[in-house]
Each structure stands twice: as C-alpha cells, then as structure tokens.
Design a protein around this ligand. Structure first.
Ligand SMILES: Nc1nc2c(ncn2[C@@H]2O[C@H](COP(=O)(O)OP(=O)(O)OP(=O)(O)O)[C@@H](O)[C@H]2O)c(=O)[nH]1
Ligand SMILES: [Mg+2]
Length: 406
C-alpha cells in the first residue's frame, strides 16, 4: 500500500448552498481541476472524496458535497447525503457566495456543527467580484456566527485566491482523532510481538489487510520486534522463541485455536479488539457484549460492515457471526445488514448492533455511530468483542487493557 488510507486522513467537509463554489474551491485547494464546476445549481449530487497532502497538516481528504439548499424530492435526498457527511467530518468549511445573504440553510448547518462540536471555518467566496466588500463581509460573518471567515476566490489570478482559506484550514486543523496508538503502547521497545494472520480465501491477493499493516507499522514505530505467522505456524513459532512473546495479536476468526496454544501467562488479544480501542470506545463495546447472553430467538440484530469486500462462502459478517449467534441463542434471530457508510436512521428497533472493526472509516464516524446507538439505548459491540465473547475468551482478550478502564 503506497498511499495513506482514507480512514487515517483528516476529514475536511465543504458545505454551502448550490453554486457557492464548493467544487471550485476543492479544485483550487488541491491544484487539480477534477471536480465538475458549472453555473447550473446542483452540479455536485453525491459526496466526493478528494485525498490530498496538505502541508504541514499531512494527509487529508477534502469532501465535496451537494448544496444544503437543494429543493424537491431528489434535492432533499441530496441534502440528507450532504448532512450525513457531518458524521465523519473533523473540520467543516462553510462556503458562502459573497453575493448571497446567509440565512436559514447556513444557520441550520451551523447549529448542527456546534451541537456536534465540529471545528468550523468559513469562506466568503467569489471575492474577485469585490475584494473589499468580501473582506468586510468576512469579518461581519465572523462576528455574527462566532466562526472565523476569510474572503476567497477561485478565478485564476484573483487575490486573495485560496491562500487565506488554506491558511485558515491549517491553523484550525484539529490534531489527530486517535487518542492512543493502535498497539505500541502495550509493549516496550525491544519487546517481541507475535501476530497471527490466517491467509484464507478472504485475504486480499498479494497483500495484508489494513489492521495488520497498521499494527506492524505502529510496532516498528515503537521499536518493538514483530513476528508474523499464519495460525498453522503458531506452535512452531512459539517453540522457536527463546522467551515467550510480550504480546500475541490474532485475527478473531482463529481466536479459539490461538487461545489454546498460547500459554495462559502470555497476553493475548485480537486485531479487532485493538481496532475497537483505536477507532471507538472499548469499554462501551465490552459493555455491549453483556446483551449477547440475554438475546432471545426472534430479536432483531443489525450487522454493520463498512468495507465493500468481496464476500466469500464463509463470510464473517453474513455467515460466521450469524451462525455462532444462532448457536449461542439456541434459535433464529432477525438479522439485518448495513453496508458502507449507510446506517438506518432509527436504531431503536434493534436489540443489538454488531459493528465491524471499522478499519476503513475514521474514528469520527465510528464515534458518531457509537453515540447514535447510545442515544437509542441500543447496545453495540464490534466483531472482535462479539466473537471473543461467544467463544468465552473475552476476559482474556481484554486483559492487556485492564489498567485502561476496560
Ligand atoms: N466570480 C467567481 N465565480 C466563481 C468562483 N468560484 C466559483 N465560481 C463560479 O460559481 C459557479 C458555481 O461553482 P461550483 O464550484 O460548481 O459551485 P458548487 O458550490 O460546487 O455548486 P453545486 O455543485 O451546484 O452545489 C460556477 O459558474 C463557477 O465558475 C469565484 O471565485 N469567482
Ligand atoms: Mg459542486
């Protein structure tokens, strides 16, 4: 993998009315005229991700959205999609055309941004029309909304251009979302960590999946030593080591076998549980596991998976977890699935939400989902926590985190 995965980029969403110049600004900020621009309102219909390097912030993804003032049946759907982008936005840019007086659409959005505590900056765009007036308007709007606004223009050669906006974004970019490293804080420099990664039909051709790659990188950053084996080589690897590893991390799917083979005094956890802590709230997800024992046949269970991987015969989310749960409960459950960035707006009908590790989404989106489940009073677990619980090994899998409020 060469590029930084989208999930690890700072998510910057651009919002505003149709024709405000959101797509033009994204083109200007990224230096590529990739987004379609026109004077027809409603040119952008679906949210579009534009990954770029924003020095000195680092890798970011600019998200183009449809106008928040769109009308009609389709327009309302587009507005909803734009607002869904808030779920993953870490920095919002509100774009206002200098010739348009902001009103209800902007104020509703600002209210939502404030309620979610999302850092917001503003651009008074098309400043080339009247630079002095745009500068005055920017300071008026800063006062009125308590958000810093700057004048901006995307027409070639215009001053101020997009430089002021770029500087404003850089100055307000929130620090990384992830509060802890993926794994390196669990070991010391020089420690040896054993990773168990089955290579099954679901493994991508020629590479490793994201949590595995990220764990290796994070452990190298922490100056730990890493030994990576398939589950079939685990026993031989343990036998070959002079000292037991400081930590074993396994794919959840082979947790049972690894649990039996790794001596009881060696800390053991799973990639999925590391992800639960990295992207979400591990104590909350562990609390959710209590409900698994109380599930009754017929209960509605939502399984949410964010990556669109090819489903093989014994797919984890559609086959394995449902089968284990049926066995655990002793009857049929009413399963439903949510894919990608879509989630049902109302979670209250579900008895339990089982979420994937979330390696393809940012922490902001995972935390938004956790809060929505909490607000609906629906317990939520992730794949790793759920699998470990059903196999009776959750206590062991979370013991490396026992001093961290888990
Ligand atoms: N004068 C002037 N016109 C601009 C500027 N930026 C964009 N425009 C024009 O404004 C119109 C709308 O620009 P877009 O970038 O498509 O606006 P948008 O906000 O993405 O619009 P939708 O996708 O329809 O929501 C186009 O005709 C642009 O050429 C600017 O800085 N100055
Ligand atoms: Mg557009």
């Amino acid at each position: 993998m060469v590029a930084t995965p989208t999930s690890e980029r700072l998510h910057i969403g651009l919002f505003g009315r149709r024709n405000a110049g959101k797509s033009s600004l994204i083109n200007a900020l990224s230096g590529h005229q990739t987004s379609l621009v026109s004077n027809i309102p409603g040119t952008t219909t679906d949210p579009v991700n534009r990954p770029m390097e924003l020095r000195p912030v680092g890798p970011v993804v600019l998200i183009d959205t449809a106008g928040i003032d769109d009308v009609g049946e389709l327009g309302a759907l587009r507005v909803k999609k734009s607002l869904d982008v808030l779920d993953r936005t870490e920095l919002a840019v509100l774009v206002i055309d200098m010739e348009t007086e902001p009103g209800e659409p902007e104020e509703r959005l600002i209210g939502e941004l404030k309620a979610r505590k999302i850092t917001t900056v503003g651009a008074v765009n098309k400043a080339d029309i009247d630079p002095a007036q745009a500068t005055r308007k920017a300071s008026q709007l800063s006062q009125r909304y308590g958000i810093p606004f700057v004048p901006a223009a995307t027409t070639p050669g215009a001053a101020p251009g997009v430089d002021l906006l770029r500087q404003l974004i850089i100055a307000n970019a929130p620090a990384g979302q992830n509060e802890v490293p993926l794994v390196s804080d669990l070991v010391r420099p020089g420690d040896l960590v054993l990773l168990v990664t089955p290579i099954d039909l679901g493994a991508p051709k020629g590479r490793l999946i994201l949590p595995q790659v990220e764990a290796i990188r994070d452990l190298l950053d922490g100056s730990a030593m890493v030994l990576v084996v398939k589950e079939t080589e685990l026993a031989a690897a343990l036998a070959a080591l002079k000292r037991p590893p400081a930590l074993v991390v396994t794919d959840s799917q082979v947790f049972g076998k690894v649990n039996r083979e790794v001596p009881a005094d060696v800390p053991l956890t799973s990639f999925s549980i590391l992800m639960a802590r990295f992207k979400g709230d591990l104590p909350e997800l562990v609390r959710g596991a209590q409900v698994i024992d109380a599930l009754q046949p017929g209960d509605r269970v939502l399984i949410a998976e964010t990556c669109a991987h090819h489903q093989q015969g014994d797919d984890i989310g559609t086959v394995k977890i449902p089968n284990w749960l049926r066995k655990h409960v002793g009857g049929e459950l009413a399963f439903e699935w949510a894919h990608g960035k879509e989630m049902p707006a109302d979670l209250s009908p579900y008895r339990l939400v089982i979420h994937c590790g979330g390696c393809m989404i940012n922490r902001q989106l995972m935390m938004t989902r956790l809060r929505k489940a909490q607000a609906a009073e629906v317990p939520i677990v992730n794949y790793g926590v759920c699998i470990a619980h059903m196999h009776g090994i959750l206590a062991r899998a979370i013991s490396p985190f026992k001093d961290m409020g888990v």
